[in-house]
Design a protein around this ligand. Structure first.
Ligand SMILES: *Cc1c(COP(=O)(O)O)cnc(C)c1O
Length: 414
């Protein structure tokens, strides 16, 4: 009997139900992925028992000599993978990685220029209910109304007017390549520090499918669990002159002990992402997203920016007579999991916005390619053109379940 089944049948049932849900459906939330069994195992390992406040060789607890090796491996592999000078691998999440950079580089009340949440930015880029919006004076740039691309002229004019200490690039719902060189030019001209939050695209950067921010930015933050396919966590890379301040901001500034089981899992993730197979994976993620975009366009849908360069597609379902919530629910009933999402210049409320965000990282991990993407886009259209047709949803649901059998999730291989 599995130890969890013996100790806690209620939680064992949750784990089994979720395992089956992850196997039986099409996971198309752009920020989700399936980790390897090695990464799952590291997170369930004895390293969870160890306190290790401080940094390798400089801990506030005894007995850290073994876990020190895990953290050193994670730091060295992150730096090698992305060509960075220094890294801190202790942030518990992408949000806390961002918080650490703000604490290291800014004082409360300082000015930040960052991307508008409503145009694809993130909560931690200055949303009014988030700490970032409460502690700092944030001015937001967005995308251009005509082509849905970042308005670099607006970034420049905001910098000219507001003289920010920090400019933030990076997004959660932006389907085009981000021009880090252009951002860096603007920052240089206006004396601003430059931070890139590459949470969504880190795996594409590692796999050579998106330009790297590392040569351009003073700070690069990221999650490890999205396209990068590691454990649920975060990390920071920076230039040499900032590492001491960053380390202090993470500990003792923001956190107590690091999660050493997750640090070890991050080390495995960085190793996996440095393999040739990961480059092929990243290329297939992008090819799959392009195929979804192409197929949806041919079915008559309106896509923000007209397509994609990366792992996601933002669809304006309102232009097809649906709300985002309606589309999310209908697709979910058919076994296709996406999330409703605001679109730039949205006229609908945030809880029921005009768009859905569709991503390919998780399905690509399962081995799906263009053939499956064409089929999935056809299913999406079948469901969305008649969102109340429960018979169509059930029919698609059955076909989805069949397809999923041929593409087992990594945890089903073990
Ligand atoms: C997902 C994301 C984050 C936050 O990551 P969490 O681990 O959920 O805190 C930060 N920034 C961007 C751009 C993201 O997409």
């Amino acid at each position: 009997m599995h130890p969890i089944a013996a100790a806690d049948p209620a939680i064992w049932k949750v784990l089994q139900d979720e395992r089956i849900r992850q196997q039986d459906g099409l996971e198309m939330i752009a920020s989700e992925n399936y980790t390897s069994s090695a990464i799952l195992a590291a997170q369930g390992s004895v390293l969870t028992n160890k306190y290790a406040e401080g940094y390798p060789g400089r801990r506030y607890y005894g007995g850290c000599e073994v876990v020190d090796e895990a953290e050193k491996l994670a730091i060295d592999r992150a730096c090698a993978l992305f060509g960075a000078e220094n890294a801190n691998v202790q942030p518990h999440s992408g949000a806390s990685a961002n918080m650490a950079v703000y604490f290291a580089a800014l004082n409360p009340g300082d000015t930040i220029v960052a991307m508008n949440l409503a145009h694809g930015g993130h909560l931690t880029h200055g949303m009014h209910l988030n700490f970032s919006g409460k502690l700092y004076n944030v001015k937001h740039y967005g995308v251009r109304p005509d082509d849905g691309r970042i308005d670099y002229d607006q970034v420049e004019s905001l910098c000219k007017e507001h003289k920010p200490k920090l400019v933030v690039a990076g997004a959660s719902a932006y389907s085009r390549t981000i021009q880090f060189d252009q951002f860096a030019d603007i920052c240089k001209r206006h004396g601003a520090l430059f931070m890139v939050d590459m949470a969504h695209i880190a795996g594409l950067v590692a796999g050579g499918q998106h330009p790297s921010p590392v040569p351009w930015a003073d700070f690069v933050t990221s999650t490890t669990h999205k396209t990068l396919r590691g454990p649920r966590s975060g990390f920071i890379m920076c230039r040499k002159e900032w590492i001491q301040k960053i380390n202090q901001a993470v500990f003792p500034g923001l956190q107590g002990g690091p999660l050493m089981h997750v640090v070890a899992a991050k080390a495995i993730g960085f190793l996996e992402a440095s393999q040739p197979e990961f480059r092929a994976y990243a290329a297939q993620v992008v090819a799959n997203a392009r195929t979804i975009a192409h197929e949806l366009l041919s079915h008559g849908y309106r896509l923000i920016s007209g397509g994609t360069d990366n792992h996601l597609v933002l669809v304006d379902v309102n232009a097809s007579g649906l709300s985002g919530r309606q589309a999310e629910r209908a697709l979910d009933a058919a076994g296709i999991t996406v999330n409703r999402n605001g679109i730039p210049f949205d006229t609908r409320p945030p809880l029921d916005p005009s768009g859905v965000r569709i991503g390919t990282p998780a399905l690509t991990t399962r081995g799906m390619t263009e053939v499956e993407m064409r089929q999935i886009a056809a299913w999406m259209h079948r469901v969305l053109k008649a969102p109340d047709d429960t018979a169509a949803q059930a029919a698609v649901r059955a076909e989805v379940r069949e397809l999923c059998k041929s593409f087992p999730a990594p945890h089903e291989h073990a």
